[in-house]
Design a protein around this ligand. Structure first.
Ligand SMILES: *Cc1c(COP(=O)(O)O)cnc(C)c1O
Length: 435
């Protein structure tokens, strides 16, 4: 297999046109139209001299020469499936470089460890994904990395105040981290404003873009330095792989890849190969799911049993809508809704009565999934904090898939109908005592 110089330039073509071929030539592998799976741990050097050359590049003993990319050594350092999927991921986010990881959490934790040192700080928007929250609240502080939170949607002045306090305390902030829109409440945080604050204080800005994905938001174009994904979700899209991605400038990703190599948090060739398959249909899948979500959200918003619907496509006039319109390219396929009346018990009843829509965590797959954030994905957030960030007892999260929208609506209609008439719902728990 010949590498590097043979790669096609993306030119003016759109990512969806390049996802079947970019970064791979059939002549490299017996004419195979599809990128083969390079299920191998190690690679044969042509000569001892070549082995010496590759290692001197791998250990940074020699200046990197872009005309002669580092040869293949060992699959913890590099592997064709990882390199090809990284080249294709760069196209979606218009990034210079990227690194794929064993999971979204591997991408997030490896990146933070690479960029933030002992006695330095990470400032983050809350809510964030549960695993990220645990890392920032518990594991990093235990190792001497300082972390401070601010509420998702906070304005620049509030975040700047935190960065100034940290500077005065001698623990400079190195990273401002956010997830926007936030899971599960879909609150939007202003990337451009907070990236500017970060940069004024010598910090970088990282955005977990898992929810909207590169089709509907490209944070690098709004000043972010680093984009992170759980590729398990929209990018993988079939609920059959676990993977993560970090994207940014060549220099930044290089420094993260050093940690990836030493921590061993890279993606495996087989999952990278599956991700290549997934990227071919990323636009098709995400466009369909987003259209479905718009229909489902509009229908839910009119249903008498439904209270508030949280969906970027249904934001009322105001700051949140302003942020969304500035930085997002579409509303995506994730929504959450509250019931007009009732709490956990009523939410469970709805969830237990969907048939087509499956009860499972995760999101961004071809199938629609429903879950209850308060008792499931966000169960470790204390009740008072749940209330503060809008996770109510009746809040139901829905990741919309690519089924027919009318079937999804019919499924939700039948599940919501089990709540009627209202008296039946109230009578159930105290049936014996009250009658
Ligand atoms: C799922 C998820 C993660 C973690 O990704 P894994 O692939 O499960 O490790 C991080 N951030 C967000 C927003 C997620 O939804």
């Amino acid at each position: 297999m010949k590498r590097g110089p043979k790669r096609k330039k993306p030119g003016l073509m759109r990512p969806e046109s390049l996802m079947m071929s970019y970064g791979y030539h059939p002549e490299w592998s017996e004419g195979a139209i599809k990128t083969p799976l390079f299920q191998t741990s190690t690679f044969v050097f042509h000569s001892a001299r070549e082995g010496k050359e590759f290692f001197s590049q791998a250990y940074g003993l020699k200046e990197k020469d872009p005309a002669h990319p580092m040869g293949l050594i060992y699959s913890r350092l590099n592997n064709p499936n990882l390199e090809i999927v990284e080249d294709r991921l760069n196209l979606w986010d218009r990034a210079e470089s990227s690194a794929v990881f064993a999971s979204g959490m591997a991408a997030i934790s490896t990146s933070i460890l690479a960029l933030v040192g002992l006695g330095e700080a990470v400032v983050f928007a809350r809510p964030v994904y549960g695993g990220t929250d645990y890392l920032l609240e518990h594991l990093l502080p235990e190792k001497g990395i300082v972390t401070r939170e601010f509420p998702a949607g906070a304005d620049a002045a509030e975040v700047e105040g935190i960065l100034e306090q940290l500077e005065e305390a001698g623990t400079p902030c190195r990273l401002v981290f956010m997830e926007t829109p936030a899971n599960p409440t879909l609150v939007e945080t202003d990337i451009e404003a907070l990236a500017a604050v970060a940069h004024r204080h010598g910090a970088l800005c990282a955005v977990d873009n898992t929810l909207l994905g590169p089709l509907y938001q490209r944070p690098l174009e709004h000043g972010a330095d680093l984009v992170l994904y759980s590729a398990t979700k929209n990018l993988g899209g079939h609920s059959d792989l676990v993977a993560g991605v970090a994207l940014g400038s060549g220099e930044l990703v290089e420094s993260i890849k050093l940690y990836r190599t030493i921590l061993g948090s890279m993606l495996d060739p087989h999952s990278a190969w599956l991700l290549l398959r997934s990227l071919e249909t990323a636009k098709l899948r995400m466009t369909c799911a987003c259209k479905n979500a718009q229909k489902v959200a509009a229908w839910l918003a009119k249903h008498p049993r439904v209270g508030r619907v949280h969906y970027p496509g249904l934001l009322p006039e105001g700051d949140q809508k302003g942020i969304h319109e500035r930085q997002a390219l579409g509303p995506g396929a994730m929504l959450a809704f509250e019931l007009a009346e009732g709490g956990e018990q009523e939410a469970f009843r709805v969830i237990d009565n969907t048939e087509l829509i499956k009860l499972a965590v995760s999101l961004g797959g071809t199938e629609s999934l429903v879950e209850h954030p308060s008792s499931m994905t966000h169960a470790d957030v204390p009740p008072d904090e749940q209330a503060a960030i809008g996770i109510t007892a009746s809040l139901i999260r829905l990741s919309v898939g690519i089924e027919h929208p009318d079937d999804l609506i019919a499924d939700l209609a039948a599940a919501l109908d089990t709540l009627e008439p209202a008296a039946v719902v109230e009578a159930e728990p105290s049936e014996e005592s009250s009658t």
